[in-house]
Design a protein around this ligand. Structure first.
Ligand code: NDP
Length: 495
């Protein structure tokens, strides 16, 4: 693929061809750093989704991917990872223009995407079944199969990276996939469709269709010929997707974000915890499902910690995201910026103390973009909306606690349960917190890192099923039991 193709996509990738939306319509692609459109993507609808599903089904039936020798599937996926690395700089540039994230973070996302394909390239040949001795002289073979046609609907915050979390294990298992990225950041995902073909994947194994959630996402979620739908996004949309899958009685995998607690005890390495708390919330502009958006601090160090965190927030360089010095970029859209700002106003109205930030940034080079200052709200109480609702922006709420019991009670006082952090030098305390916190992921004296090797996903309202790790393979495979008689067949009706 030519590198300019990532900025100006050639169409949807369906059945191994670049195709415009059947309607011929396109959606503008806006640069969050300027507020100005710079490209276009297909505005696909139900007819395009039907085409992609038909192509995925036909590839699945042909066996050209689903029954390919698994080690050969792995080789093709490894080749795809190499092509992602080859085009890393162009992909990172497209990701930054599309999503507003700092270029250095986009580079991490692209390298991480290649890591994900490499990890699952290796997994393709490790999928095995089981055998069981069964009663009545039968041999039980439990065989593992691809689940079939997999639909994936993914968000705008880590566009290609989160798509890879779902697409790579699904492909490794031999499924055919349809990827519907967010209309707000589709460029690199469309590019991935072209790279898969270049790597040698058969046409129709990976289809990528862009369009709005309503026009393209809903028909994909509601289609009876999609055997599994894997979703990452907000809880409101997740609920809609689950409802339509419920009507079909078809499985879903859901990753729905969180309100992750980051607990700092007074025996922690203070400076390390301050740095970790800042990274926990301000990385990716706070547009991060596992962001450490609630910092719970022991009362003995509370004021000093709030000042330290505010100092870190003030020091972060908010710049145009293509600037190499940029440490925090633009929020995804004007509407999202307003939502984030609205939450800060609500927090202050409810009694929170605005320590730093709390304003849009639009001077000089930031003019027209969706920039918001890193913000610290202190003295937040559990009944405040900003304590329980996902803001999804560079806004951290800080709450004091007295002892370990109260820290855990506060940590668990939300509907979510995706991730958590614990900062302490006491190993026993760390282990007790790990056991008591309702969460799919717990970091101890670190935060945010989600390498592909370990499973990622939530409990409670954060969803179910796991991305990453070998556990993701469970989502994308189904078991078939074969009971094989090894003795004469008795007549049930004899006596
Ligand atoms: P959504 O949950 O709406 O978007 C996630 C994906 O779902 C996108 O591809 C979107 O498409 C698609 N979608 C939207 N509506 C439908 C539908 N009816 N049927 C099927 N698919 C649909 O996220 P938003 O952009 O609206 O963000 C809202 C909030 O969700 C954020 O403020 C944040 O709190 C949370 N969020 C959480 C994420 C996470 O990582 N867990 C990621 C993103 C958001 P399109 O974007 O094209 O409309």
């Amino acid at each position: 693929m030519s590198t300019s193709t990532y900025l100006e996509p050639l169409g949807n990738m369906i059945g191994g061809e670049w195709r415009p939306a059947r309607s011929g319509e396109t959606l503008p692609v806006e640069d969050p750093a300027t507020g100005r459109p710079f490209s276009q993507i297909p505005a696909s609808g139900a007819a395009d989704i039907d085409d992609a599903i038909a192509s995925a089904r036909s590839t699945l039936r042909s066996g050209s991917w689903s029954r390919l020798q698994p080690s050969e599937r792995g080789r093709i996926m490894w080749q795809l990872a190499s092509l992602i690395r080859r085009d890393g700089e162009a992909l990172a540039h497209a990701e930054t223009r599309d999503s507003g994230k700092p270029i250095r973070e986009a580079r991490e996302d692209i390298a991480g995407t290649a890591d994900i394909f490499e990890y699952y390239a290796g997994a393709a040949s490790k999928l095995t079944g089981q055998s069981h001795p069964l009663p009545s002289a039968q041999l039980g073979m439990v065989m593992r199969f691809p689940i079939g046609v997999v639909g994936t609907i993914t968000p705008w915050n880590f566009p290609i990276y989160v798509a890879a979390w779902k697409v790579a294990p699904a492909l490794a298992c031999g499924n055919s996939v349809i990827l519907k990225p967010s209309e707000l950041a589709s460029l690199t995902c469309l590019g991935l469709g072209g790279l898969a073909l270049e790597a040698g994947m058969p046409a129709g194994a990976l289809n990528v269709v862009s369009g709005t959630g309503g026009d393209a996402g809903a028909p994909l979620a509601g289609h009876p010929d999609v055997d599994l739908l894997a979703f990452t996004g907000g809880v409101v949309t997740g609920r809609k997707v689950m409802s339509s899958r419920a009507q079909l009685v078809r499985p879903v995998q859901m990753e729905l974000g969180g309100k992750s607690p980051n607990i700092v005890f007074d025996d922690a390495d203070f400076d390390r915890a301050v740095r970790g708390a800042a990274f926990g919330i301000f990385f990716a502009q706070g547009e991060n499902c596992n962001a450490g958006s609630r910092v719970l601090v022991q009362d003995t160090i509370y004021e000093r910690f709030v000042e330290g965190l505010a100092g870190m927030a003030r020091s972060i360089r908010v710049l145009p995201p293509t600037d190499e010095r940029c440490q925090m970029g633009a929020l995804i859209s004007r509407a999202h910026l307003e939502k984030v700002a609205g939450y800060v106003e609500t927090g202050v109205r409810e009694g929170a103390r605005l320590v730093t930030g709390g304003r849009r940034l639009d001077d000089g080079a930031l003019q027209g973009g969706h920039f918001y200052a890193p913000t610290v709200l202190a003295d937040v109480r559990p009944h405040h909306r900003v304590f329980t609702e996902e803001i999804f922006g560079p806004v951290v709420v800080v709450t004091p606690f007295h002892d370990e019991e109260e820290a855990i009670q506060l940590a668990n006082a939300t509907e979510y349960g995706l991730a958590a952090g614990v900062w302490t030098s006491n190993v026993s305390r760390a282990l007790r917190c790990v056991q008591e916190i309702d969460s799919g992921y717990v970091w101890v004296n670190t935060f945010n890192y989600t390498p592909v090797e370990a499973p990622f996903g939530g409990v409670k309202g954060s969803g179910f099923g796991r991305d990453c790790g070998m556990q993701a393979l469970d989502t994308y495979t189904t078991w078939k039991t074969v009971a094989w008689a090894t003795a004469p067949f008795t007549n049930w009706y004899e006596s």
